[in-house]
Design a protein around this ligand. Structure first.
Ligand SMILES: [Zn+2]
Length: 329
């Protein structure tokens, strides 16, 4: 069989040219193809919003992570067709979960400085497991009664009034979930009962004509989470820390609303896409790649650029920003 350019690759090239993006394609096998449900119908839609989705940044003093985040921010601002909004996907710092107060403060200082210096766009944040201070009390040396312990520090610093919330932009509703739940000295991915009630009420109150994008750190569904090397005998097992453990219930609720279009996540540092019963789940790589040590398996350091259209369709690209990992450090 002839190895010419496939239709899928041709569509991806076309989409890239239209979007004016430079480096794309996390896998080396071409960028995401033009996405089902997002292929333009000539003259039928107009773009409502373009935003960048930066997940798993993991900023730290080592490995030039600050310079990497700065390069990523400058890259997205310099796109010929630049986004109007930045949405983060959590794990903004390398780790607060097992870190002392001083180490956590150092990392947050770097994060806030990078944004202050190099980001001129509005930013909406989502919490990841590594943004939570001290849940591992033994390793962090915390007792649990410190000011800012747990999610409080990050929420205050990032201007998050609640651990889950919604906001509206460009005629779309963004629902930002808190997907990290305590489990002993660790965590699991979970949308807890209080949040499920809120999610249902929020979706019920959202007009059917308003399309919805959901953002969580831990994926609700992810093929990469299933393939993550857990060093377990049973290769089919999915750790509850890798994917939302009540995914079935969350999906049932989301899929019951035809205006819920796409759910973005991070956490796995891989790219994948699941389309299931009308909902698209996108696991959107990692700004830091393999924690600033290079690409993570087949996934380069990058960020998502998502176009939302007025007819409820969307388009997604994974954009590499050309980061070369520090040799050491
Ligand atoms: Zn994570």
């Amino acid at each position: 069989m002839e190895r010419g350019i496939t239709r899928r690759e041709a569509l991806a090239v076309t989409a890239g040219a239209t979007l004016g993006l430079g480096l794309m394609g996390a896998t080396g096998r071409g960028a995401w193809a033009a996405l089902r449900g997002s292929a333009p119908r000539a003259g039928a839609r107009s773009r409502s919003l373009r935003f960048a989705h930066l997940t798993d940044i993991h900023v730290q003093p080592e490995r030039k992570a600050f310079e990497g985040l700065t390069a990523c921010l400058r890259h997205l601002h310099a796109l010929a067709d630049a986004p109007e909004l930045v949405v983060t996907g959590g794990d903004l710092v390398m780790d607060a979960f097992e870190s002392t107060f001083d180490r956590t403060r150092t990392q947050w200082d770097l994060f806030t400085r990078a944004l202050k210096d190099s980001c001129g766009l509005p930013v909406e944040h989502c919490l990841g497991n590594h943004d939570i201070w001290g849940w591992n009390k033994a390793k962090s040396g915390t007792k649990g009664d410190e000011k800012g312990w747990g999610k409080a520090w990050a929420m205050e610093l990032l201007g998050m009034p609640r651990r889950f919330r919604h906001f509206d932009r460009g005629g779309w509703r963004f629902i930002v979930l808190d997907s990290v739940h305590p489990d002993g000295s660790g965590y699991i991915g979970l949308i807890d009962g209080e949040q499920m009630e809120w999610l249902k009420a929020t979706l019920d109150a959202t007009p059917a004509s308003t399309p919805v994008v959901v953002v969580s750190h831990v994926p609700i569904f992810s093929v990469s989470a299933m393939m993550f090397d857990q060093k377990k005998a049973d290769e089919r097992a999915i750790s509850p820390s890798l994917m939302v453990s009540n995914a079935r219930s969350v999906h049932r609720l989301l899929a019951s609303k035809p205006n819920v279009k796409v759910c973005l996540s991070g956490h796995i540092h891989q790219l994948d896409r699941v389309e299931y019963e009308g909902v698209t789940y996108l696991c959107d790589g990692a700004v830091c790649g393999s924690w600033w040590k290079g690409r993570n398996e087949q996934c380069d350091e990058g960020y998502g650029v998502i176009d939302l259209f007025d007819d409820g369709t969307f388009a997604h690209q994974y954009v590499r920003y050309g980061w070369v990992a520090a040799a050491n450090g």
